[in-house]
Design a protein around this ligand. Structure first.
Ligand code: CMC
Length: 377
């Protein structure tokens, strides 16, 4: 038992104010700068949402055109970065590649220490533009394929498919991917965003904060869950096995990936939108494998609700959706990074604008003060 006043995991603790996003508990909805995320996902592109998170307002057509052209121009990687990333072992996780890439971008940037809002906007846009190029090249390298250069004629989501697969799928598939990017973009003081804010609060640089945030997101209790969902579905295999598999896993006190949430206890507000996008992908796939996976996905969701009353979080539909879009399982969490880079960098800027060093206290439970024994012998 913990001493009174201790909030392990900072559960329920409000540590600062933010104007970026909020979860409205009464309506179980999430807003970015006041706009409901489901409306943004339905009506706006990911680029517009990135602009909104950074600037506080949606762009007008001229602002959007300017933002898009600057993003497209920044996509290519320089030769040194490409060489550094190509030297990483193919056995390392794609999140390690991203973490290394961001660290390297910082090492290369002569303005690394410039913490002004203007410098932050430039760096944030540069990361938004370049991270997909890193992720796509890495996925292709692991498949034994050469990189496909970015295409400045294509939008953010379309270009990513082009760089991964050398082709852009139907607009419906691109739209599902874009919806996932909008939903993943921002979520208050989640673990990785808070990590970025902790690093920023020491007046360290943006690349260090983002590198640390990538490390926090990698864990399976956070962003790593979307990858873990796919491993779990593969482990279960047969939809008919889902209830029995779940009962055994719960008996072993395993955490079921893609379920539960620190903030939402009656269901994640983002899930219905992503589930709808997933359903549309499933409806397109005539493949028996798609039908089996969709049935298994639904069976596990029902069994989890029956056994524990715990609802899925965004990673549950997103994990299967990314598989059906053709992405390799280890790149699922890097796809999350490509989106959350917007929220992280918005929070880094907000933290710096009203900075206070984040330095909590701990209740000590170690030995009482004692004398250091004399050295004998
Ligand atoms: N599987 C099994 N039991 C669970 C799960 C789960 N996924 N989630 C919660 N529980 C149980 C938990 O064991 C506890 O039971 P008991 O009271 O008997 O000990 C009870 O539900 C309450 O949970 P909690 O520990 O208070 O929840 P938390 O707020 O500390 O944890 C969580 C939230 C996300 C870490 C947890 O739900 C979890 O481990 N989920 C699986 C990993 C996952 O999907 N993570 C993604 C999170 S959301 C999106 C993102 O960040 O990417």
């Amino acid at each position: 038992t913990l001493a009174p006043g201790i909030h392990r995991g900072l559960a329920g603790v409000v540590v600062d104010a933010t104007g970026i996003s909020t979860v409205i508990q009464e309506s179980n909805s999430l807003t970015y700068r006041g706009y409901p995320v489901q409306d943004l996902a339905a009506r706006r592109s990911f680029e517009e949402v990135a602009y909104l998170l950074w600037h506080g307002e949606l762009p007008d057509p001229a602002q959007l055109a300017d933002f898009r052209s600057r993003e497209r121009a920044l996509r290519p990687l320089d030769r040194t970065t490409a060489e550094v990333l190509a030297r990483l072992p193919e056995t390392c996780h794609p999140m390690d590649v991203l973490r290394t890439a961001v660290s390297f971008f910082g090492a290369e940037d002569p303005t690394e220490e410039d913490g002004s809002p203007a410098a932050h906007r430039t760096k944030s846009l540069n990361l938004l533009a370049k991270l997909p190029t890193v992720v796509a090249a890495d996925q292709r390298r692991r498949r034994g394929l050469p990189p496909v250069p970015p295409d400045p004629a294509l939008g953010y989501a379309e270009n990513f498919f082009h760089m991964c697969f050398g082709a852009v799928p139907d607009p419906e598939v691109v739209r599902c991917f874009e919806i996932s990017l909008v939903l993943y973009a921002e979520h208050g003081f989640n673990a990785s965003t808070f990590t970025a804010r902790v690093v920023t609060s020491t007046l360290s640089d943006l690349y260090s904060a983002v590198t640390a945030a990538i490390g926090a997101l990698k864990g399976p209790l956070h962003g790593g869950a979307n990858e873990a969902v796919m491993h779990m579905l593969t482990e279960i295999g047969d939809p008919a096995r889902a209830p029995e598999w779940l009962a055994a896993a719960l008996a072993e006190k395993r955490k079921i990936m893609g379920f539960g949430h620190r903030v939402y206890k009656d269901g994640d507000s983002r899930v219905p939108i992503m589930q709808h996008a997933l359903d549309s992908l499933v409806a397109r796939g005539a493949h028996p494998e798609t039908a089996r996976l969709a049935a298994l996905h639904a069976a596990l969701r029902e069994a989890m609700l029956d056994h524990k009353g715990i609802h899925p979080n965004l990673d549950y539909p997103a994990g299967l959706a990314y598989h059906l879009m053709g992405f390799d399982t280890p790149v699922f969490t890097p796809l999350f990074v490509m989106s959350r880079i917007t929220g992280w960098t918005a929070h880094i800027t907000e933290q710096l604008a009203h900075n206070a060093l984040i330095r909590p206290l701990a209740s000590y439970t170690g030995p009482g003060q004692r004398a250091v024994p004399a050295v004998t012998g």
